[in-house]
Design a protein around this ligand. Structure first.
Ligand SMILES: Nc1ncnc2c1ncn2[C@@H]1O[C@H](COP(=O)(O)OP(=O)(O)OP(=O)(O)O)[C@@H](O)[C@H]1O
Ligand SMILES: [Mg+2]
Length: 261
């Protein structure tokens, strides 16, 4: 036995119900996610772990509204995907969710500033507010001295911080990060993890992190382990007991402070 406790939560910022994903190649079904159910509450820091090919990214794509399940239902903040129009799905994805991918997905010959600006261009946020939001996000990841650099001129860790700034710029409720430290050396990876932790603890963002590195997973509050398309275990870590917070209050007080400036 470890000193982790089994999960039991009724909250539901994220509510996945019997999710199934089956790919078909040459007419042959390949069941990748085999009926997964779980809930994640507002303000949690959750790691999803599992070996390569176990279905982690496939699961993240479904709970990030990037792909539809073959069966089952997924609800985000009380809104279920089946009930939403395409526009409402896009709105939720663009405004309430931020994504950080392992390959960064930055535009290489584009400045840090313009990379971070990208999600705002698809948003309904008035253009006059963009500059402050962009600079707040760039400052939040400590890259103000790199604002005009092209992303091709940055180190791996700096690129990942730009990707995080871009995920944050529209102030999403939840940040999905798929192997955000996978391309980084251990020191830079640790800094990125500390940064995600700070976003969760201090700014009230829910963070859902995919990793196959168990030492990184243990820095989360809760670890969901996927094996062969099913949840093998769902446990809280010691960190989850260290503080009790109300993420809504944290986010509200932050946005009031930034309006006063
Ligand atoms: N678009 C797709 N079409 C067909 N099969 C796919 C597709 N995407 C993923 N798969 C298959 O689904 C399985 C799970 O893939 P997934 O990317 O979810 O794994 P993962 O757990 O994220 O692995 P890794 O740690 O290597 O990133 C793999 O066998 C993969 O080949
Ligand atoms: Mg993956």
């Amino acid at each position: 036995m470890t000193n982790w406790d089994f999960i039991s939560t009724n909250m539901s910022l994220i509510d996945a119900k019997k999710l199934v994903k089956t790919y078909f190649s040459g007419g042959v079904p390949n069941p990748v996610i085999k009926g997964i159910s779980f809930k994640i509450e507002d303000g949690e820091f959750v790691a999803i772990t599992g070996p390569s090919g176990s279905g982690k990214s496939t699961l993240l794509h479904m709970i990030g509204f990037l792909d539809e399940p073959t069966e089952g239902q997924f609800c985000f903040d009380g809104k279920c995907m089946v009930d939403l129009t395409d526009d409402e799905v896009s709105y939720t994805r663009n405004f309430e969710m931020g994504f950080v991918f392992q390959a960064f997905n930055l535009l290489a010959r584009t400045s840090v500033y313009d990379n971070v600006k990208l999600p705002l261009m698809y948003s309904k946020i008035p253009e006059k507010e963009w500059d402050k939001l962009i600079m707040d996000a760039i400052n939040a990841v400590g890259l103000e001295h790199r604002t005009d650099y092209l992303s091709s001129q940055l180190s791996g860790g700096e690129k990942q911080r730009v990707a995080i700034a871009r995920a944050l710029v529209a102030k999403p409720k939840v940040i999905f990060a798929d192997e955000p430290t996978g391309n980084l050396d251990s020191v830079t990876g640790k800094k990125v993890m500390e940064f995600l932790r700070k976003l969760n603890r201090e700014d009230g963002h829910t963070v859902i992190l995919i990793t196959h590195d168990l030492s990184i997973a243990k820095t989360a509050d809760r670890v969901i382990h996927i094996l062969d398309g099913e949840i093998e275990s769902d446990r809280r870590t010691k960190n989850s007991k260290s503080e009790s917070r109300n993420p809504k209050q944290i986010r509200n007080s932050k946005s009031k402070k930034s309006k006063k400036k």
